[in-house]
Design a protein around this ligand. Structure first.
Ligand SMILES: [Zn+2]
Ligand SMILES: [Zn+2]
Length: 87
């Protein structure tokens, strides 16, 4: 993922937005979506039992066609868990 210019560009934009008071949720979602789509090997495994959302994603989205579960796990790569796991 760090060798990918698309990732680098998106993460740089994310870093620029980080200071914005209203947050940068859209950019965060874009980075997570890109990684889930283009770099599925980078998506972390399901969270351990301390995540409230993984069990429900596993139940409802076993095949995860929209990759929402993959994106949820991917946000852990670049966001603090207490924020990443809100979605
Ligand atoms: Zn990339
Ligand atoms: Zn989780």
């Amino acid at each position: 993922m760090w060798a990918c210019s698309d990732c680098t560009m998106r993460l740089r934009r994310l870093a620029e937005m980080w200071a914005a008071p209203e947050g940068c949720l859209w950019e965060q979602l874009q980075v997570a979506r890109h990684i889930a789509e283009v770099h599925p090997e980078e998506v972390p495994p399901p969270h351990p039992a301390d995540c409230e959302l993984c069990p429900s994603y596993a139940r409802h989205d076993a095949d995860d066609p929209a990759r929402v579960w993959a994106e949820h796990r991917t946000r852990d790569l670049f966001m603090p868990p207490e924020v990443a796991r809100l979605l």
